[in-house]
Write a protein that binds this ligand. Structure first.
Ligand SMILES: Cc1cc2nc3c(=O)[nH]c(=O)nc-3n(C[C@H](O)[C@H](O)[C@H](O)COP(=O)(O)OP(=O)(O)OC[C@H]3O[C@@H](n4cnc5c(N)ncnc54)[C@H](O)[C@@H]3O)c2cc1C
Length: 396
């Protein structure tokens, strides 16, 4: 079965990997370079323990209105508001305790296999930078820590995770670069991290070695169809025949689904990172400055910090005013000389559906078109489990 996977980010590449494992004959088509989308500059946490939907009971209309401020971790660009209203209305409907609890259960069931799937990928010859040193969260404000404790407990009820509470001085023992003033935190012992670019490069290399074709610089713009079946992907470069199609094009998936007769309310949750090569000092493990929701990840020879969730439409405009508060938070929290100097600044578009959960399955309007999208803040964590689940549906 020849399966065309549209999108060569972490989700599309993982899907192609599991399709090949199940005996299908996948190929991947990307408008740009494989691994060049949202997957490239992200923080790289593999964190089942922190897997909760963003849509939750604490986010009412009032807190959504507060997001119009530019310096908060969550920000809605006022000019984008009219176009975002339908998405926001859908999102608001999912900000209930019941939807949040259902969402955690869904993510927990997907994450049950996450760590072992990553171990299997490494054992199968996918070469990537991966460490299981846990993730440390540090808070100055005990009320904010309490909100995270609620989330960690909710996840623990459904998913076998290892985390523990850490009091003030213990935080600095675990992370000597932390500045004084943090009162409490959590060590997520069973979580890990990887360098995202190394994962996409590793998957791409392993797929090519298996004979899977990766077509770069080819934007899919529609389909050649026969009734309710797609027979080929179309593009300015020509048609590519396929027996089935997987749309895993991140924020580009809505347009592709629409061309196949399926509406998807997808928007971009923009996030920013700064990557500093050869920092003078290095963290022991990923760190979250919980008060500001700024994350930091140590890689071999580099450190990356970032965060924020900006709703400003589907565009890759980098607003440097959103990066200044990230740098300030790093400088306040951690003894890292490069917080305010240099580094490569990056913006990425997290694919977000209104329920802030992944959508994995066949679309209703076509018999042989599937989607794997909407992984929001968890695309690296969920890519193997969602890729495997979708490959099983396509080849069933
Ligand atoms: C700041 C930040 C930090 C993050 N940190 C983490 C983290 O620590 N842990 C975690 O699990 N997740 C994290 N994420 C989320 C994660 O990066 C995303 O969920 C994930 O990268 C989405 O992957 P994707 O493959 O769906 O999309 P992408 O990586 O964007 O890939 C989609 C691909 O589709 C291609 N495409 C689009 N349209 C077309 C078309 N018409 N034809 C052909 N190709 C097309 C694009 O060129 C692109 O390469 C973070 C995100 C951000 C922004």
């Amino acid at each position: 079965m020849r399966v065309g996977v549209v999108g060569g980010g972490v989700v599309g590449l993982a899907t192609a990997w599991y399709l090949a494992e199940r005996g299908a004959d996948p190929f991947v088509v990307d408008a740009g370079r494989v691994g060049g989308g949202c997957s490239r500059g992200s923080l790289g946490w593999i964190s089942p323990t922190l897997s909760v939907p963003l849509a939750g009971p604490v986010l009412g209309w009032r807190s959504l209105a507060g997001m119009l401020r530019r310096d908060g971790p969550l920000h809605i660009r006022p000019a984008a508001l009219p176009a975002l209203l339908p998405w926001l209305a859908g999102f608001r409907r999912h900000c209930t305790k019941a939807a949040w609890t259902r969402g955690i259960a869904r993510l927990a069931s997907l994450n049950e296999a996450t760590m072992s799937l990553y171990d299997d990928l490494a054992a199968s010859g996918v070469d990537f930078e991966f460490a299981r040193t846990g993730i440390l969260l540090a808070f100055r404000d005990r009320r904010k820590a309490e909100q995270t404790r609620t989330e960690l407990r909710a996840v623990s009820e459904l998913y076998s995770t290892r985390w523990r509470e850490v009091e003030g001085a213990g935080l600095q023992e675990l992370e000597p670069l932390l500045k004084p003033g943090f009162s409490e935190g959590f060590l997520l012992e069973s979580d890990g991290h990887l360098r995202p670019e190394s994962l996409t490069a590793g998957l791409a290399g392993a797929l090519r070695r298996r004979g899977v074709e990766l077509v770069e610089g080819c934007r899919v713009d529609g389909y050649r169809e026969d009734g309710r079946r797609v027979r080929a992907l179309t593009s300015a470069e020509g048609d590519i025949d396929a027996d089935a199609v997987v749309l895993a094009a991140g924020v580009g998936t809505a347009e592709l689904a629409r061309a196949a007769g399926q509406a998807l309310f997808l928007t971009a949750g923009k996030g920013y990172t700064v990557t500093v090569e050869t920092p003078a000092r290095q963290l022991r493990r990923p760190l979250i400055l919980g008060d500001e929701k700024v994350g930091m990840t140590p890689f071999a020879g580099a450190i990356r910090f970032g965060g924020t969730m900006e709703l400003s439409g589907v565009n890759d405009r980098l607003d440097s005013r959103r990066i200044a508060p990230l740098r300030d938070a790093v400088e306040r929290g951690v003894d890292i000389a490069e917080a305010h100097s240099g580094g490569v600044e990056w913006v990425g578009m997290r694919p977000m559906l209104p329920d802030t959960l992944p959508l994995v399955g066949r679309i209703a309007s076509r018999r042989n078109v599937f989607v794997n999208v909407g992984h929001q803040m968890l695309g690296l964590t969920l890519a193997p489990s969602c890729g495997k689940a979708l490959a099983e549906m396509v080849t069933a």
